[in-house]
Write a protein that binds this ligand. Sequence first.
Ligand code: FE
Ligand code: FE
Ligand code: ZN
Length: 278
Amino acid sequence: MLHIGCHLSISKGFLHIGQEAFSIGADTFQFFTRNPQGGKAKDIDAVDAAAYNAFAAQNGFAKIVAHAPYTLNPCSDNPQTREFAEMVFADDLKRMEFVPHNYYNFHPGSHVGQGAQKGIEMIIELLNRILQPQQTTTVLLETMSGKGSEVGRSFEELAAVIAGVKLKEKMGVCLDTCHVFAAGYDIVNNLDGVLTEFDKIIGLERLKAIHLNDSLMPFASNKDRHAKIGEGEIGQAALVRFVCHPSIKNLPIILETPNDLKGYAAEIKMLRTAAKDA
Ligand code: FE
Ligand code: FE
Ligand code: ZN
């Protein structure tokens, strides 16, 4: 059985979001750790988090994915922005221990003209300062579409970040289908080739989670616009093949498609049915 869910709002707490996910046929989900634009996070309610942990265990939930705010940029040229990134990141990792053994996904950042190499070094520096040997959370680098000066547009850039991190066992990758397609990885016509390349450069054992999105923008456009499954340039057939691939089908799969709850429920149902028939 696939482990599949979608991005949901955690504004009503962990137990509520778990129950909401369950109600639409999901057994995982993603949430923002705080306002996606950054800002102060609400205190975690320890009782609510414990209730979620019990609910998730009872219902066989897979690992869930926390998403860092979009404004978090470890490789900005502005020291204050980098300090803010470090503060938010460290605080989020502390909070994640209320729901232990899950994932924390972040956009590696934008080097804003300093060059990818410099950006990669700054991301490594931040990770080496805040990762803790005792943390149970695995930190995921998201594959990016390569818009602007984004770091993480290639498997090589992500591998270079991981290579510099001391606590490598705390690191993984979240592959976003829209982003890799827009970055020029042909998951439509050459899925095996793309995953073989991922394995060679990063190692498939580092692939921990999937963002499943169709792409409004064409192949290799370096533009990041998510579409509903089957309403973009990747297409439903290719996305079904993707989730059924032996290297993918056991990972938590998160939909970030432009949908309401009903739309998400329908996509989850379609993908579960397709995977059963595959
Ligand atoms: Fe993301
Ligand atoms: Fe994503
Ligand atoms: Zn995106």
